[in-house]
Design a binder for this molecule. Structure first.
Ligand code: AMP
Ligand code: MG
Length: 497
């Protein structure tokens, strides 16, 4: 096996940014999944057939030449409460590599043992949440949403103690940066402005190089972060994705979806859907995600104020102006995406856009009132006749009261006709943005149950395979489209920590 071509950058920031620490070896690592296509993209020459070395590498039992393992320090607002001392309590950054395209990627093990930041935790991860993260993050990637990636999963041969004993797992994740909003807060809470600037310079250099030469790169940096988050959250909303734990330490500075804990794609549409067992007040409910995104970005702005301008008033004004763009960017992205989901893509004036927004909200309200499945509704909508309701039976059957759908469909057909697309072209466009398959909770749960209870990974592998092409209908895979039967429904998800 060739050594990994590390090009470590974070380690150069200095010891206040992390703890240098090695993964704690595990008893008996076994490779469950290796993402060969991602490895190729990254320019890694790992031979997954060499299962013993690969498992040793992705469990942390063997440290690759050139790695400089470290646990990153960060703080964060957890459910609105500030915690000045979090950090990688069960993750270790092995180092960064430069891909053949010249981009920098961090390679991180999660579940790799205790660090300085573990507090009372064991530094480990149970296999279930690790498989869940692999499935969801790779599905997210294939759905076209920015995300951390999953490179490998190993089992550890050790049990972890949660409510019960569970088999342990380690996931290797890849991100263009593992810096979080909470990383900036960590230094802000210590009053360490120098380190905030150093961190901002680091992120700008590696992740936003195009703004390096601008007049005030920190202002441009914050603008770019706000833009990426607004567009990311709009994409989540368009897929019915609920992150579940949008604490500031779980918000990536580069706008990638990170920390797949109690997240879920919803089945039946509900504006205020919450899955996470610990989110009892619904702070991170589906519809709250945009406003929480803005809240988190406001916390980030507070850490960057001294870099924006010399006077406090001027700095606050700059921050406020940029934060205001969040709502506009989010709404524009959301509306463009939702219009596309409904087949409305032609550039129109603002009045028609406003009417489109009302039409979309009408559909979502009708779905919510009638327990219609989110993904299935848009799947069937992208296969409807533009002119006739004759073939509406599949989509109608998703609605408790089918006439409610009929009323909406009359309005939709009238509006769709104005797009002046031929029917086939309209359908093709809609099908490109409305997935056939999402990682449904009950299917993810079935994959975990088979793996944890019966050591059977076939359910996981099959589900993963289908999710590689979520927009393409696959022969014989109809069952993966189906919402859960009442007894299959997963009502709550857990952090799994
Ligand atoms: P999360 O809810 O996964 O975003 O984690 C919040 C914080 O708790 C982070 O600092 C994690 O590193 C830490 N943490 C979560 N689970 C564990 C664990 N089993 N052992 C040590 N630290 C953990
Ligand atoms: Mg986290």
């Amino acid at each position: 096996m060739k050594p990994i071509p590390f090009s470590n950058q974070y380690v150069t920031l200095g010891i206040t940014f992390y703890e240098k620490t090695n993964p704690v070896p595990v008893v008996n690592p076994a490779l469950i999944k290796f993402n060969e296509s991602l490895a190729r993209e990254l320019g890694l020459s790992v031979d997954p057939l060499d299962v013993i070395s690969t498992a040793a590498l992705f469990s942390g039992n063997r440290i690759s030449e050139g790695a400089e393992p470290l646990a990153m320090a960060y703080a964060g607002h957890q459910f609105g409460q500030f915690n000045p001392q979090l950090g990688d309590g069960r993750a270790i950054l092995l180092g960064e590599i430069k891909s053949p395209d010249g981009d920098l990627f961090g390679i991180q093990l999660k579940g790799s043992g205790r660090t300085l930041y573990s507090r009372s935790g064991d530094g480990r991860a149970a296999l279930g949440p690790v498989l869940r993260e692999y499935l969801l993050s790779e599905a997210m990637q294939n759905l076209g949403v920015p995300t951390t990636r999953a490179l490998a999963v190993v089992t550890t041969g050790e049990d972890v103690e949660r409510k019960q004993l569970l088999p342990g797992g380690i996931i290797t994740r890849i991100a263009t940066s593992f810096v979080r909003v909470g990383t900036f807060q960590y230094f802000a809470s210590k009053g360490d402005g120098k380190s905030i600037q150093k961190l901002a310079d680091h992120v700008i250099e590696h992740n936003f190089p195009q703004i390096r030469e601008s007049n005030n790169p920190y202002v441009e940096f914050f603008k770019a972060v706000v833009h990426r988050q607004a567009s990311l959250i709009a994409q989540w909303m368009q897929l019915g994705f609920i992150h579940g734990v949008m604490n500031t330490d779980n918000m990536s500075i580069v706008g990638e979806t990170i920390d797949y804990g109690p997240c879920a794609f919803m089945d039946a549409y509900d504006h205020n859907r919450v899955y996470s067992y610990i989110d009892s007040n619904g702070r991170y409910a589906y519809n709250n995600q945009p406003s929480i995104g803005l809240w988190n970005l406001t916390r980030l702005a507070e850490t960057l104020l001294p870099l924006f301008a010399e006077g406090a008033d001027a700095a606050v004004k700059i921050a406020e102006n940029i934060l205001e763009t969040f709502i506009e960017t989010y709404e524009n992205n959301w509306l463009a995406g939702m219009r596309a989901k409904c087949g409305l893509t032609v550039n129109v004036d603002q009045t028609i856009k406003d009417d489109d927004k009302a039409l979309i909200e009408d559909l979502l309200n009708t779905m919510a009132e009638n327990n219609a499945d989110f993904t299935q509704t848009f799947f069937f909508l992208s296969r409807l006749s533009a002119h006739s309701a004759k073939e509406d039976s599949d989509i109608r059957s998703l609605f408790d009261n089918q006439t409610h759908f009929d009323d909406w469909a009359v309005k939709w057909r009238k509006r769709f006709a104005a797009e002046a697309l031929n029917e086939k072209e309209g359908q093709t466009r809609m099908q490109a943005v409305n997935p056939v398959y999402i990682p449904r909770n009950h299917q993810v749960e079935a994959a975990i149950r088979a793996a944890e209870d019966c050591d059977d990974f076939s359910v996981f592998h099959d589900l993963h395979e289908v999710l590689q092409n979520p927009y393409v209908k696959q022969e014989g895979k109809e069952s993966y489209q189906l919402p859960p039967k009442p007894d299959e429904e997963v009502k709550h998800t857990f952090c799994g920590t």
